[in-house]
Design a protein around this ligand. Structure first.
Ligand SMILES: *Cc1c(COP(=O)(O)O)cnc(C)c1O
Length: 635
């Protein structure tokens, strides 16, 4: 048997491949977070969680590592800087952070702060997001781009802000918006900065493919762009139009899709320039993907290109066409959201039960005396005793058949409860034995490959999938999940992860494994009284705001951590998760009212001596405490 090491765990969970050099396993067998890729400094996740629990902060805890945001922003900007110099590109690059990907104040604050060096801008798609951007841009040189549908109030706000000196570009998504913009600009007496979003024929890949293509929800068709140009020309506002925007969807998995969109988009740019439009910017939208499973493939949880390759292709394709057509190269804008924030947060929570453990029934004694057992069950005992490498397949088939037979006999009344339980137990033991043999085989028979599934155990973790990783439920998004400790030891259990909602959809059965997607997560057998934690990684993009309150499980506790050279880590902010009363308030219930109802009932019960005064006050106290407590599982 090979010796298990932290390197074996790294391989098993594919950590090095999805970790982007930000996560590793230390000598103690714990997962570590590095402030920047490959940094020799790190924060031990398990130590951090233990320290937080000592501070009475309870799991599930969302850890936000602010340093990682900085690293991601510089990685993208470094890649474009390199591509611009390699291709001798005569214009500039700028990132606009799309606020919708993560609107948390501290996140946008950190991004605009770190992003100063790169002149980062903000992209918004709604009125609330516009207000966020305006508040950050106040007194600072932060440009804003507005996408999405806009009503009169939205446009007016932008126009007045422009008058005040804010640098805001309105991207026209629909022709009717343009008419409104022209009328309002005239009324207020201001020339706005305008962009148009073009609907490309090129499509992305995966779940968001329909953001591009002719059927896309947003953007102007080529013919509508012609109309827009005419309209602006007639109004003597054509010089306001200086940005061309396209966005073919998020998490584009294939680099060739990005290339086709760039080619088409740059052609549109060049043709518009030839028509006399004074375009200065091409905004290529988002889509820069994240390798969630570490497979570096075009599978939808992965990407088949690096940030460097992306930047290089963008710059090269744009330059190539501009040179060919003989128009000047535009400044390039990208709106990468996912690629900036995905890595920065990790949810850590405790595993409540690696079921079928301490309370597993034990019928070991039947192996010695089979006389009283029904013949079907006896046959299972024989298989269990005799099974070996050569009889594997036959024994597997026979076991399946016998267990079916046992169920039929039970339904007909020929098998008692004890024997049915023994049959169930034997079946599990036989499968375990087959598994231990299969693990050592070089060539596993095909039908046995999926069989490990029958040994999969359900582990309950203290979290709500709907609140913390909704995309896992909604679109089958794969997120890396793994234990954060004991990684120098070989895991013994194959598990699925069930959350604590009362929804059978609240279970994860797809995981990142050594060779791509697997159907179970290897976990260690949790010892009595042991605190055992698992981490959900790369969940910084979209999940926080898409999360919902299924079963009224509210926001989790969130802790903002920065790296500190002296103390290892520094806790910047602790944001308490929702208490029970807050979840209730969200659906229009009032804690005091609930207490009053119960108190009335209790008084009657005390009067009729159903309950003592002491018990009654204990109950009220309990409810009082529950209302202010965390919505997740306590002790
Ligand atoms: C959602 C969105 C983005 C962000 O896309 P990512 O793939 O997360 O980088 C950028 N631009 C627009 C217009 C969007 O709608």
């Amino acid at each position: 048997m090979e010796k298990w090491s932290t390197a074996s765990s790294d391989k098993l969970y594919n950590l090095s491949n999805w970790g982007a050099d930000l996560f590793s396993i230390n000598r103690k067998g714990n997962v570590c977070v590095h402030p920047s890729p490959n940094s020799k400094y790190s924060i031990d996740l398990r130590v951090l969680i233990d320290d937080l629990i000592k501070r009475k902060i309870k799991p599930p805890i969302l850890l936000r590592f602010m340093d990682i945001l900085e690293g991601r922003i510089s990685a993208i900007n470094r890649a474009f800087k390199g591509a611009i110099s390699d291709n001798e590109y005569p214009a500039q690059y700028r990132t606009f952070y799309p606020i919708k990907v993560n609107q948390q104040r501290q996140v946008v604050e950190a991004i605009t702060e770190f992003g100063k060096r790169y002149n980062i801008g903000l992209e918004v798609g709604s009125k609330p997001e516009l207000l966020i951007a305006i508040s950050f841009a106040t007194g600072k040189d932060i440009p804003i781009i507005c996408n999405g549908y806009k009503d009169k109030a939205f446009i007016e706000t932008v126009l007045y802000a422009t008058r005040l000196g804010y640098d805001i570009t309105i991207v026209v998504e629909k022709l009717f918006e343009l008419e409104k913009i022209i009328a309002l600009a005239r009324e207020i007496g201001i020339s706005p900065k305008l962009g148009v979003r073009v609907k490309l024929s090129s499509k992305g890949t995966g779940k968001w493919a329909t953001s591009g293509g002719d059927g896309a929800k947003f953007g102007l068709r080529i013919s509508e762009i012609m109309t827009a140009i005419e309209l602006l020309r007639e109004e003597h506002m054509l010089e306001c139009l200086n940005l061309l925007h396209f966005h073919i969807g998020s998490q584009i998995t294939k680099i060739d899709k990005i290339k086709s969109a760039l080619i088409e988009g740059t052609r549109v740019y060049a043709e518009m320039c030839k028509l006399g439009v004074n375009l200065e910017y091409v905004d290529i939208g988002g889509g820069l993907g994240v390798d969630y499973d570490g497979s570096k493939s075009s599978y939808f949880s992965s990407v088949n290109y690096s940030v460097e390759e992306y930047a290089n292709d963008v710059v090269y394709q744009i330059k190539n066409i501009c040179d060919e057509v003989g128009v000047s190269c535009p400044n390039i804008i990208s709106e990468s959201g996912r690629a900036i924030v995905a890595h920065y947060s990790v949810l850590v929570t405790n595993v409540l039960d690696t079921s079928a453990q301490s309370l597993t029934p034990d019928f070991e004694e039947v192996l010695d005396s089979t006389e009283t057992l029904a013949p079907t069950v006896k046959k299972l005992v024989d298989i269990y005793k005799s099974i070996d490498r050569h009889s594997l397949r036959e024994d597997y088939h026979d076991t399946l058949q016998l267990i079916q037979e046992a169920v039929s006999l039970f339904n007909l009344g020929y098998l008692n409860l004890h024997d049915r339980a023994v049959a169930e137990w034997l079946c599990f033991k036989i499968f375990q034995k087959i598994n231990s043999i299969v693990e050592r085989l070089k060539l596993v028979p095909e039908e046995l490959q999926n069989f490990q599934l029958s040994l999969r155990q359900t582990c309950f973790a203290n979290f709500s999938l709907f609140q913390s990783i909704p995309d896992s439920w909604a679109i089958d998004q794969l997120f890396p999940i793994m234990p954060i400790q004991r990684l120098q030891q070989k895991p013994e259990i194959n598990a699925s992860i069930a959350d604590i909602t009362c929804d059978s959809d609240g279970e994860i059965t797809s995981f990142v494994g050594e060779n791509g997607r697997t159907k179970f997560l290897p976990l260690h057998r949790v010892k009595k009284n042991e605190d055992y934690f698992i981490g959900f990684f790369l969940i910084g993009a979209y999940q926080e705001i898409l999360g919902d309150m299924h079963n009224l499980f509210g926001d989790t506790n969130a802790v903002h951590v920065t790296f500190n050279r002296k103390t290892g880590y520094k806790i910047d902010t602790v944001i308490s998760g929702d208490a029970v009363w807050e979840s209730l308030k969200y659906v229009q219930y009032k804690g005091p009212e609930i207490l009053k109802h119960v108190r009335d009932t209790l008084e009657k019960s005390v009067a009729s001596r159903k309950i003592s005064i002491e018990q009654s006050s204990h109950f009220i106290e309990l409810l009082d405490r529950t209302l202010v407590s965390y919505t997740y599982m306590g002790e």
